[in-house]
Write a protein that binds this ligand. Structure first.
Ligand SMILES: [Ca+2]
Length: 210
């Protein structure tokens, strides 16, 4: 069985137990501590052996205890949801998280590079939350059109615009529901973009090549 690819330094109960009293999010961590004990009971785990990160997240997918209880699924059908050792469970559970919490749409668009007209309005969204307050059609009317793409979503598809720092200056990207779904797992736009671009690279990898 593989173990997590990085050392998890902390007893899984230590962070929520400590933060339940000291942290500005004490109520959140008190609930996570209760969830951890409930999780151990549900899954027959020995709480004294569980390891977590400094922030209380556990296993390959770095789920908090409440997310583990709510979104973990049994990917290999052995009757257990094991996010510490079972990669089939890990992958199925992250996919379930995307679907249940993020509203992931199978086959739906994630993001498209945009070409900006010289006179386009400034639509840069501040903060991390991705807002889908436009459509492909409204973005085009404001001066942001998708660059060449094999699959063009319908014009009324809800969309947002984000700006990323590229090697050659600002990059404009039109993002869709499935991009927002990834940000429910990790709020960083750079993280969501990296997930998408890595997935694209894996998808085009010829079979048998490493
Ligand atoms: Ca399993």
């Amino acid at each position: 069985m593989p173990s997590t690819p990085w050392p998890l330094p902390t007893h899984a109960a230590a962070t929520p137990a400590k933060a339940a009293y000291e942290d500005r999010r004490a109520a959140f961590f008190r609930d996570e501590l209760a969830q951890l004990f409930a999780l151990a009971k549900d899954e027959g785990l020995d709480i004294t052996t569980l390891k977590g990160s400094y922030a209380g997240a556990m296993g390959w997918g770095q789920f908090m205890p409440s997310s583990y209880r709510q979104y973990a699924v049994d990917g290999d059908g052995d009757g257990k949801r094991d996010l510490f050792n079972d990669l089939d469970d890990v992958i199925a559970s992250v996919a379930n998280y995307f679907a249940q919490k993020g509203g992931w749409q199978p086959g739906g668009p994630v993001m498209l590079r945009a070409v900006r007209d010289a006179a386009a309005a400034d639509l840069t969204q501040s903060g991390n939350t991705v807002v889908l307050d436009q459509t492909l059609a409204s973005l085009a009317s404001l001066g942001y059109r998708p660059a060449a793409t094999d699959v063009m979503p319908p014009p009324q598809t809800p969309a947002g615009l984000i700006t990323l720092d590229g090697e050659a200056g600002p990059e404009y990207w039109i993002v869709f529901n499935n991009f927002r779904a990834i940000t429910t797992y990790n709020l960083s736009r750079l993280y969501a973009t990296a997930v998408y671009q890595l997935a694209q690279a894996i998808a085009v990898q010829p079979e048998g090549e490493a």
